[in-house]
Ligand binder design. Structure first.
Ligand SMILES: Nc1ncnc2c1ncn2[C@@H]1O[C@H](COP(=O)(O)OP(=O)(O)OP(=O)(O)O)[C@@H](O)[C@H]1O
Length: 295
């Protein structure tokens, strides 16, 4: 049996906003990346899974139970990290975790101490004085507190520095190895690529695809940003690569596979700077499915 089963889930906020006929499932022990740009409908879908929203049509089930009607029972089995966490202002970190543990019927702090050490989180501080990243760490510790079998994580690394992002990825890999089921929402591909076997791609409220992560990774191209000494050099170079986009002295060049052709071509020019940027989700979608599918 799938742990998460979503069928034809629809919430219409009007003027094209919301989610429309979203269907996907997450098997036991699977980590599914839930990918989509800002406003695609990730949070709305997760809020249905949490039972906070009633769908206009369709259904969302967790462990066979209806997410709206049986929300209280379902919550015993899951840990949730919201995209925007509303903390009570007056509390200190540990006090908040005790309060949350109590709500889940626990008397102890579960994994809180171990996880706080891992994320270098000081639980004695007042939440109102914590930085954005520190609050995010507190949210993460809270989601994993009771060692739940299912985790719903909405943009979990937002606000974390690269070192802490890495620690979070390590934690996810460990949890996956322990058989946990994880739904990981993100607007950046890189966040999901190390941890997820499959990715569901949401676009304008509709599920565009559920793909194997390996296949998505293989189809990705890199965009090279090249800064030339002179505008005419940039234009001349762009003329030799049909996919190049010149902008003054700069050229953006999407390239998949080997960079050998690029490096050899650049040898004849004065290059001021060379950098790469990651493909956006929209570019990834376009390179995978082509322009027609994106309409
Ligand atoms: N309560 C609401 N009333 C009206 N429109 C809403 C409501 N909640 C969300 N929306 C709209 O529904 C769409 C999907 O929003 P949602 O927050 O689910 O996207 P998201 O993929 O989580 O984006 P982000 O990455 O920015 O968090 C957006 O256009 C948003 O403005």
């Amino acid at each position: 049996m799938n742990v998460i089963e979503v069928k034809g889930l629809t919430k219409d906020y009007g003027r094209g906003r919301g989610i429309f006929g979203v269907s996907f499932s997450v098997g036991r022990g699977e980590t599914l990346g839930f990918l989509g740009p800002n406003g695609a409908g990730k949070t709305t879908t997760l809020r249905h899974l949490m039972g906070f929203l009633h769908p206009d049509s369709g259904e969302a089930r967790i462990l066979g139970m209806d997410c709206f009607r049986q929300a209280a029972e379902i919550q015993k089995h899951l840990g949730y990290l919201p995209g925007e966490i509303a903390f009570p202002d007056g509390m200190r970190g540990e006090e908040f975790l005790r309060f949350q543990a109590g709500m889940k019927g626990r008397k102890d702090l579960g994994r809180a101490k171990e996880l706080s050490e891992r994320f270098e989180l000081d639980l004695t501080g007042r939440i109102s004085k914590m930085s954005k990243g520190t609050k995010q760490k507190l949210g993460i510790v809270c989601a994993f507190l009771q060692d739940p079998e299912l985790l719903l994580l909405d943009e979990p690394t937002s606000g974390l520095d690269p070192l802490m992002q890495n620690r979070f990825v390590e934690l996810l890999l460990e949890e996956r190895a322990r058989g946990k089921t994880i739904l990981l929402s993100s607007h950046v591909f890189e966040e999901t690529e190390r941890t997820c076997g499959r990715a569901a791609i949401l676009r304008k409220g509709r599920l565009a695809a559920v793909e194997d992560m390996e296949r998505l990774r293989a189809s990705r191209s890199k965009t090279f940003c090249i800064s030339f000494a002179r505008e005419e050099e940039a234009a001349r170079f762009a003329g030799t690569f049909p996919e190049a986009v010149p902008r003054g002295t700069e050229v953006e060049l999407p390239l998949s596979g080997s960079a050998d052709r690029l490096v050899k071509a650049l040898a004849g020019y004065e290059v001021r700077d060379l950098s790469t940027r990651s493909q956006t989700l929209e570019e990834l979608f376009l390179s995978y499915y082509g322009e027609e599918a994106a309409k």
